[in-house]
Design a protein around this ligand. Sequence first.
Ligand SMILES: C[S@@+](CC[C@H](N)C(=O)[O-])C[C@H]1O[C@@H](n2cnc3c(N)ncnc32)[C@H](O)[C@@H]1O
Length: 470
Amino acid sequence: MRKSRKENLPVLENITITGITAEGKCIAKRDDLVIFVDGVVAPGDVVDLRIIRNKKNFAEAIPIRFHQYSLVRTEPFCQHFGVCGGCKWQHIPYQTQLQYKHEQVTDQLQRIAKVALPVVQPVLPSAETRYYRNKLEFTFSPNRWLTHENIQSGEQFDRRTLGFHIPKRFDKILDIERCYLQPDPSNPIRLEIKNYARTHNLSFFDNVQNQGFLRTLIIRTASTGEIMVILQVYYDDRPVIEHLLAHLLTSFPEITSLQYVINPKGNDTFQDLEVHSFAGKPYITEQMEGLQFRVGPKSFYQTNSQQAYELYKIARTFAGLQGNEIVYDLYTGTGTIANFVAHQAKKVIGLEYVAMSIEDAKINSAINNIPNATFLAGDIKNLLTESFFNQYGKPDVVITDPPRAGMDQQVIEMLLQANPRKIVYVSCNPATQARDIALLDVNYAVHAVQPVDMFPHTHHVENIVLLVRK
Ligand SMILES: C[S@@+](CC[C@H](N)C(=O)[O-])C[C@H]1O[C@@H](n2cnc3c(N)ncnc32)[C@H](O)[C@@H]1O
């Protein structure tokens, strides 16, 4: 029998997995060759690896046989584990996940920033390690992904599905029976809609052919108990939409905001589209320390609300405000940090380039009677100029929370020019944070490092660094 192309690829036997990279991939070594391993492996596993890609300095591989399972392993709790891209570290105990995240932060600060460091504090664990997300987006598809077990079973499956994308496959959707990421009624709502759509023969959108009706379902839950549901469809069929949503509301009267979007575009983003309100309020309300935050269908809000509160408290402690400071909150999003620290500062200025988020930030200041927060929309590298400092005053303290790419070099240069006493740097990517800290080192020393776990069972880690003027 002829071997498949895959079977002809080289195999390395009895390889021990030695660690995990910052991107969450397992790593192994054979002589001088570094091997990145995809699939469900853990440090300590001894495996045979099939090399699937050979580069000059490294190789990529998948495990094909396990000789020994690592002692650190634990039993994953989700039936979709290993196929779904959501919680890839479930086979690693939570305490060990935290250690890996700590190593990740320490390693990147040491290797990339190369500056004097205080002790990196242990990662602050998330109080909830399941049902910690307040937002999930599910995708409809007529083309359900069948797992190896599904195919082996010989069973005939209804391929119309509502679930998550298979990692790296935009066209393949995994049917989700139960997800542990968001509190209920997230699961029953999703199942009810899928069931309704199947029994009423509604078509599921095919994103390769660009045809079909039902596209995505977004569910947002808030700590106040409010629930927002947004249904995205491909074309306008009002009677069908209204019938489906009315059914949903009868089944789940606890939904406080029910909305829909008609999206005839080639992609699922709806930032540029009108969101129609079917029932309830057009927003849900989050609460934090007596403050109310309105979250609209297009607004950003930290996805682990409870842990966001912990993150913000640390940022506020690091800022150590006395009440007489001008504070800049860079990359403010919907102004949550700015509003959170405002009553301890003379004034706060929040900057962000999404104009809609800035509108939300202003509303949130208004409903919380915060008179000393100003929000401006624009690219921060263009906003921060000498004349900006003249108009609004130079900052005494800067809190910055950039996207994964970190801060633009021009922003760092302007920060050095503004010369605040403290910079509190919140980051979801310790590698770019380390790079930026190296650039700030001419004038700023690292005084504290506190990693925070916002996303249990994933490799992601948030890190807060306090930089103090030298
Ligand atoms: C990590 S989020 C910050 C979230 C916010 N601090 C919070 O806790 O809700 C980063 C934000 O930076 C904004 N952003 C990214 N690049 C930007 C730029 N060059 N200028 C202004 N804002 C930017 C994004 O739109 C996003 O809202």
